[in-house]
Write a protein that binds this ligand. Structure first.
Ligand code: ZN
Length: 80
């Protein structure tokens, strides 16, 4: 297995663009878990990252309500 360099994480709980280049997915929907997929696909296809882990995350939002999120962890392969 190749060495993995920088790690990036995207979560359905955190709205944002691509952590590498900042581009936003075409559609972001807070109420579904599917909004993570365009971001993950973008990072895989455009930046050549590798999907290292995908899983669930729970926590407490600012309003006290619990939240459930999907988290994907991607790594940049070292070019060496
Ligand atoms: Zn990008």
């Amino acid at each position: 297995m190749d060495e993995i360099g920088k790690i990036h994480e995207v979560s359905t709980h955190i709205l944002g663009g691509c952590p590498v280049c900042g581009s936003l997915p075409a559609r972001v929907d807070l109420d579904t878990m599917e909004d993570i997929a365009p971001r993950v696909n973008h990072m895989l296809e455009v930046h050549g990252l590798r999907l290292l882990h995908i899983g669930q995350q729970t926590g407490t939002a600012a309003n006290g309500e619990p939240f459930f999120a999907t988290v994907a962890v991607l790594g940049e392969p070292n070019s060496a």
